[in-house]
Design a protein around this ligand. Structure first.
Ligand code: 6PG
Length: 239
């Protein structure tokens, strides 16, 4: 695995560089496999990136060959503002008018979190025709506590699950305090490329500890894709 750290203090430039990289990865994947599979995280950080992709890259990426998935979701009602799908839909899917056949997201009703996780796992396995998907790209954020997707430091069991790609988790500390559905570490680490997109002074401590391999219990420290891991951050890293 190759680690690339991209530090750009100007957020606009940081997102531009991330968008350019996504275009490059998509071109390589489409050239090789005729499609580009990307799983997108939730949270607020990617919103500006999604907007940039939907405006500046509308005609620079072959969106008809892009297949979008979700890395994780909060078990809240479909129209709840906390729903990660709502962010992805409003800022990327809708403006680009991405076709329904290219959208592989979780079911609307997540009341039965366990069942919904099982259904999403089946959906992904059917699409990839394998038990463990190999995404061309997974876009992830990192929380101040070192969580990523919905894998949390206080849910240690979740990090050891090997025979599943989609599981339920819950964190006593996370807001909103709801059940989650998330990729397992196995599913994440089977990806070819992973982009961590992080902004904010408040994440400086956790990012420095992860990049400098300081001993920690952060799930984000366990992310190791097959080919390249990119850290995009708008603050400095102290070596
Ligand atoms: C979620 C996300 C989560 C997110 C981090 C960072 O469902 O909350 O998938 O892993 O990426 O919490 O969130 P921000 O980008 O809002 O800081």
């Amino acid at each position: 695995m190759v680690l690339k750290i991209i530090i750009i203090k100007n957020q606009k430039k940081l997102f531009k560089k991330a968008a350019k990289l996504i275009k490059e990865i998509s071109e390589k994947s489409i050239k090789k496999n005729k499609i580009f599979t990307a799983a997108l995280s939730g949270g607020k950080t990617p919103v500006e990136l999604f907007k940039l992709l939907s405006i500046k890259y509308k005609n620079k990426i072959e969106w008809s060959k892009v297949h979008l998935f979700q890395t994780d979701e909060r078990c809240v009602p479909f129209n709840d503002g906390n729903r990660n799908y709502k962010t992805i839909h409003e800022n990327l899917i809708k403006p680009l008018d991405i076709q329904i056949n290219n959208i592989h997201v979780m079911q609307k009703n997540l009341t039965d979190a366990k069942k919904a996780a099982g259904n999403y796992e089946k959906k992904i396995k059917t699409f990839f025709k394998t038990d463990i998907p190999e995404f061309d790209l997974i876009l992830l954020g990192i929380g101040e506590d070192g969580h990523t997707a919905s894998l949390f430091p206080d849910d240690k069991k979740a990090l050891t699950i090997k025979n599943k790609i989609i599981i339920n988790t819950v964190s006593k500390k996370m807001q909103p305090k709801v059940k989650r559905i998330t990729f397992t570490l196995n599913a994440i680490n089977n990806a070819k490329n992973i982009i961590f997109l992080i902004t904010g002074e408040n994440k400086k401590k956790v990012i420095n500890e992860i990049i400098n391999n300081k001993k920690n219990n952060y799930p984000a420290s366990l992310v190791r894709p097959k080919e390249r891991l990119y850290f995009f951050y708008d603050n400095e890293i102290n070596k």
